[in-house]
Design a protein around this ligand. Structure first.
Ligand code: NI
Length: 171
């Protein structure tokens, strides 16, 4: 297992549409999943998409955040999502590929998710609130979309220090 180098904003891989994973069971895919889990944990992320580690594949790791039915970090391969309600909520997001910034992003509150797990088995589940937010953020990475593309405007885009200083109490 290894900690992988994270692609930072400006790297074209972050803006590319990722290709479907074909060889789910292959050693290379399985190693990438293990390394991505290690990398996400190393940097205290709650999710990580393969393009963020220079691998333009439709694969993301979602940590077992509040609301997740999974007991540990889960790999979603070739995921698709659909809103189950048009209701959206605004909340703070950051991104390991963007670094020391946060902003408020509107996301669907309730989504349906269909993907393959790391064994190639189809998994289908519903996600709400923070869990749904993390999945939407990571699936966006597979389309080359970054969180600030989804912000209504950039007025809440904030460095972490200033976030703690000016925004923490308000949120
Ligand atoms: Ni991100």
């Amino acid at each position: 297992m290894a900690i992988l180098k994270v692609a930072m904003l400006g790297n074209p891989v972050l803006r590319k549409k990722a290709a479907a994973v074909k060889d789910v069971a292959g050693a290379e895919t399985q190693r990438l999943i293990d390394d991505m889990i290690d990398t996400m944990k190393e940097y205290s992320g709650v999710g990580l998409a393969a393009p963020q580690v220079h691998a333009s594949h439709r694969l993301c790791i979602i940590e077992a955040v509040k609301g997740s039915p999974f007991k540990e970090a889960v790999a979603l391969l070739n995921p698709s999502i659909e809103p189950l309600s048009q209701q959206k909520a605004d909340d703070w997001e950051g991104c390991l590929s963007i670094g020391d910034l946060r902003g408020t992003v509107p996301r669907f509150r309730h989504i349906g998710v269909k993907a393959l797990d790391r064994k190639g088995k189809v998994v289908e589940f519903e996600a709400t609130e923070f869990f749904a937010r993390v999945i939407q953020h990571e699936v966006d990475h597979l389309e080359g979309v970054l969180y600030f593309d989804r912000m209504k405007d950039l007025t809440t885009l904030t460095h972490m220090n200033e976030w703690s200083r000016y925004w923490l109490k308000k949120s």
